[in-house]
Design a protein around this ligand. Structure first.
Ligand SMILES: [Zn+2]
Length: 294
């Protein structure tokens, strides 16, 4: 599934192509004919990204809301569009270029009130300059849920998917099974800042690179394919920092990757950790990383 950097990048590139132009809209596949009719011929005034969601503002009261989900894809280009490939839900054509959208989880026309209600339900987005992390930090620090699950919960923090989840936890040295309430405010704030930095980099370049040059076997020159990430999709391979084999398990319905040495679990007994995954903690245990300052 595309992560926040892909969505913000799509918003920027698509607006460069079609911003301010009158757009012809239709649905070659036929499943979005009524929606397309409502924006057809209107001027596109903004494209906004919030986490993994896109909102297209057209002149008048209408917003187009798009969520790509697991299978959604954009194709875009300048000039006249080629024939759409496969089941094209929405086709936008302006004087400057075209966008074809296929397979989205959501493609709908909504009003301003509906958009406001929607935005109230999602967590702050590290890629939105005005978004502050306070709400996300409070949610995480009050939760007995595993940090690895909270990072992917879009109502806690917006835009982080499976790759950034694994890489952020590694870079912070936090075991993904650690309950949020065992983390310090400083640790969670550092993860937010790291997310902002990594996602901005991903938005700019269109790809995810999380490794520090000093940790790469080939630190000079272009980053090689197998050296871009610390743990994601590296099951069984040696950790780039310590050589310990990377482990994997299913968490929040997606595969999770981590280094058991660089991301030590917060309690001594792995049996206790296993039990902790099954139940909510009643009381936080005193453990490494617990906030004793407050
Ligand atoms: Zn390691």
């Amino acid at each position: 599934m595309p992560e926040g950097h892909t969505i913000h990048r799509a918003a920027r590139l698509q607006f460069e192509l079609l911003g301010g132009q009158a757009i012809a809209a239709d649905s070659p596949q036929g499943r979005f004919m009524e929606g397309a009719e409502r924006i057809d011929g209107r001027r596109l005034t903004a494209i906004e990204a919030y986490g993994k969601h896109l909102f297209y503002a057209f002149e008048g009261p209408h917003w187009l809301h798009v969520h790509l989900g697991l299978f959604g894809k954009f194709r875009i280009g300048s000039g006249r569009a080629p024939a759409p490939r496969g089941a094209c839900r929405l086709r936008l054509q302006g004087p400057g270029g075209w966008i074809h959208l296929s397979g989205p989880t959501a493609c709908e026309i909504i009003g301003a009130a509906e958009r406001r209600r929607f935005l109230a339900r999602i967590g702050p987005d590290p890629l939105r300059p005005g978004d502050r992390p306070a709400r996300a930090i409070t949610r995480i620090m009050r939760s007995g849920t595993a940090f690895g699950v909270l990072l992917m919960d879009q109502s806690v923090i917006s835009g982080i998917g499976n790759v950034y989840r694994a890489e952020l936890a590694f870079r912070a040295g936090i075991a993904p099974v650690t309950p949020g309430r065992l983390l310090t405010r400083a640790a969670v704030l550092a993860v937010w800042r790291d997310a902002r930095m990594l996602l901005r980099d991903g938005e700019r370049t269109g790809r995810i690179v999380t490794t520090h040059p000093a940790d790469r076997p080939h630190p000079a020159g272009t980053v090689r394919a197998g050296e871009r990430l610390y743990v994601y999709h590296r099951t069984g391979k040696p950790c780039l920092r310590c050589g310990t084999p990377i482990e994997t398990e299913i968490m929040a319905a997606r595969k999770l990757y981590w280094c058991p040495h660089c991301q030590p679990e917060p309690m001594p007994s792995s049996a206790k950790i296993a039990g902790m995954r099954e139940r909510r903690l009643k009381k936080p245990r005193v453990a490494a990383g617990q906030d004793t300052a407050s």
